[in-house]
Design a protein around this ligand. Structure first.
Ligand SMILES: *[C@@H]1O[C@H](CO)[C@@H](O)[C@H](O)[C@H]1NC(C)=O
Ligand SMILES: *[C@@H]1O[C@H](CO)[C@@H](O)[C@H](O)[C@H]1NC(C)=O
Ligand SMILES: CC(=O)N[C@H]1CO[C@H](CO)[C@@H](O)[C@@H]1O
Ligand SMILES: [Ca+2]
Ligand SMILES: [Ca+2]
Length: 589
């Protein structure tokens, strides 16, 4: 008790000393589980490596490149969906949750991938797409025919009779994510079914225990095949409100901002998303992971949740004092906050604050700067800041996630309307598709400066290459003395070898308006300092404005590509000059 009081006093003192910045001192736990300090790497299978020359990436392609991931130093790779799918939404419309999409390979190819990954001590995580199945799924066909056991697999409803016209209308005013009603009439069954996304993506009925059990079976099936866990896609829409005592669904309150009845413009959409039942479902999936490990042994199987909801909702996915939830609900603040406020040291600070100040005690933070749904990090933050952002996610506490190509500084591809593939863009028109398209961040991975960047031997790849592949690619960056890739590798090495980064405390803040600083410190270990000038002009800063307890000089360990400073030299912290975009990792020893 006495010890605890002292610790509390020290913590309090630490907070009092640091004004205008955040200090998240915690009692350092010495042992971390593998995922808590892991470097995750997202593979978009369609664009990673094509093994058979059809212009589309595949599982054997991934297997052939696992050594690259090993050499990068990543802990685990998660694969965007590889399951059987009519590809209405590039694999997010699954028709068979138990099999592989033929253009990506077979179950045997998947087994070979897992085997190779095990040999290399790499973990593989799969994307789990629980909110709906494809309408081509056997489950849906059986449900349409009311086959026994499948009658209520989906959300079916008779609809309403309009008392004035006497005509049948959809059960509620709910709209699908793109345009139009979320309800589709099925003649055979004489009922409407719910689809929050495309009509081909049918919402599963999670109020049916058979569906819940079926989806848990899916998880166990892939765990049996050797995966290390799952990343669950877009969970907020899992549950909708239940019908009322008259068997009717309530309408969402419309915003009145538009007269367009097909446009999704609700005041809030709390009837159809971010429901508390959804949080509970994620706790049940966590139990599946934990039970599996208890029965079969091995390392922790992890559960990630993708949600773009507000922190008050998102943080609940971690669980509470009595229940374990997802290991990591993905943190998109560095994407979303920066998108709404513009890239600057202060918006980055807000993004970091949003997560760390809301993070429940004892939970692990995580950092994401890009994925297959966003423009590329180097394009969004500016190529000059590519290293600064890669450094940031590896210096901040907890796990971090790299989207394929971020380690190279890959930028958006330019995709013409004719070459456009993303359904979100194809559903629009040639004048406006660029606001919707996610193709620019899905262009083929850049392995070499040769034909198709070494991605494929095909005449034509499924998406064209980004223009800069001749300079931004693995081969060129490995051969160069300095490159984004080499900086990325040195960051991972530092993370793996540094007790401070793995378990140390964190303090961060903004100095001189454009410079973001993160200090990581741990008693008995080197203090590490991340300093990045996110402004467009050079500047000289006094880091004592941030923290007066810093040593007078620090040693430069890692620097951004543009930096002309000498590594392993000492720099004075009270007069550190930084060029625009310059980012450094300095150490007290
Ligand atoms: C799935 O939906 C599409 C588009 O409405 C339709 O063309 C197709 O026939 C449907 N398939 C099934 C099995 O219902
Ligand atoms: C934790 O979550 C469970 C499951 O949702 C809930 O039943 C319980 O009341 C919660 N406990 C606390 C302390 O919030
Ligand atoms: C839950 C889920 O499957 N999320 C997906 C829902 O569908 C849309 C459309 O396919 C996807 O974009 C989401 O990722
Ligand atoms: Ca292929
Ligand atoms: Ca749903």
């Amino acid at each position: 008790m006495q010890q605890r009081k002292q610790l509390f006093a020290i913590l309090f003192l630490g907070l009092a000393l640091c004004q205008g910045c955040q200090d998240t001192s915690t009692t350092a736990t010495t042992t971390k589980d593998w995922w808590e300090t892991a470097q995750f790497y997202q593979i978009y299978p369609r664009s990673f490596m094509d093994s058979d020359g059809d212009g589309i990436g595949d599982l054997n392609g991934i297997t052939s490149k696992l050594e690259y991931l090993k050499e990068l130093g990543v802990t685990a790779a998660w694969l965007s969906p590889i399951f059987t799918s009519p590809m209405v939404d590039f694999g997010y419309d699954i028709s068979d949750f138990y099999d592989i999409q033929p253009e990506y390979g077979t179950l045997d190819d998947f087994r070979a991938l897992i085997k190779k990954a095990k040999e290399l001590d790499l973990k593989i995580i799969l994307d789990f797409v629980p909110n709906h199945s494809s309408n081509e799924s056997e489950w849906f066909k059986k449900s349409v025919n009311r086959e026994k056991g499948y009658e209520d697999y989906y959300v079916w409803h008779d609809g309403k009779l309009n008392s004035e016209t006497g005509e049948r209308e959809p059960p509620s005013n709910w709209l699908q994510a793109f345009r139009g009603s979320a309800w589709e009439w099925r003649e055979e069954r004489q009922q409407y079914y719910l689809h929050q996304f495309a009509v081909q993506q049918v919402d599963l009925n999670y109020r049916n225990p058979l569906v819940v059990e079926q989806m848990k079976r899916v998880l166990r099936y892939w765990l049996d095949l050797g995966v290390a866990g799952f990343r669950c896609d877009a969970v907020p829409v899992l549950f909708e409100i239940e019908t009322d005592e008259n068997g009717q669904y309530a309408d969402e309150e419309v915003s009145g901002l538009t007269d367009d009845v097909d446009d999704r413009s609700y005041l809030k959409s709390d009837l159809i998303e971010n429901r508390p039942e959804t949080i509970d479902m994620s706790y049940q999936w966590r139990t599946v992971m934990d039970d599996y490990q208890r029965i079969h042994g091995g390392d922790t199987r992890v559960l990630f949740i993708e949600t773009y909801a507000p922190p008050s909702y998102t943080m609940q996915f971690y669980g509470n004092r009595s229940v374990e939830g997802a290991h990591l609900p993905f943190n998109f603040n560095l994407i979303t906050v920066v998108a709404s406020e513009g890239f600057s040291a202060s918006s980055v600070k807000t993004a970091v604050d949003n997560w760390l100040t809301n993070l429940p005690a004892g939970r692990t933070a995580n950092w994401v700067i890009g994925n297959h749904d966003q423009r590329r990090a180097a394009s969004r933050y500016g190529a000059a800041n590519a290293d600064a952002m890669n450094m940031l996610v590896m210096i901040l506490p907890g796990a971090s996630v790299t989207y394929q190509g971020e380690e190279l500084g890959m930028t958006d591809g330019e995709i013409s309307w004719e070459d456009t593939q993303d359904p979100a863009a194809c559903n629009s028109n040639s004048d406006i598709y660029e606001q919707f398209t996610r193709d620019p961040s899905r262009t083929p991975f850049q392995w070499t400066s040769g034909t198709n960047a070494g991605f494929s031997t095909a005449e034509k790849t499924w998406l064209p290459l980004a223009a800069d592949y001749e300079t931004i690619n693995v081969e060129t960056e490995e051969a160069a003395t300095r490159s984004h890739l080499k900086i990325y590798k040195s960051l991972i090495e530092l993370r793996k070898s540094s007790a401070t980064l793995q378990t140390g405390s964190t303090k961060y803040g903004v100095v001189s308006e454009t410079v973001f600083v993160v200090k990581r410190y741990l008693s008995g270990s080197a203090t590490l300092l991340y300093v990045a000038n996110m402004g467009t002009k050079g500047i000289t800063v006094d880091l004592y404005d941030f923290d007066k307890t810093l040593p007078t000089h620090l040693t430069l360990k890692i620097r951004s590509l543009s930096s002309s400073k000498a590594e392993n030299s000492l720099f004075e912290v009270t007069g550190l000059s930084l060029a625009a975009g310059e980012a450094l990792v300095l150490s007290s020893d």
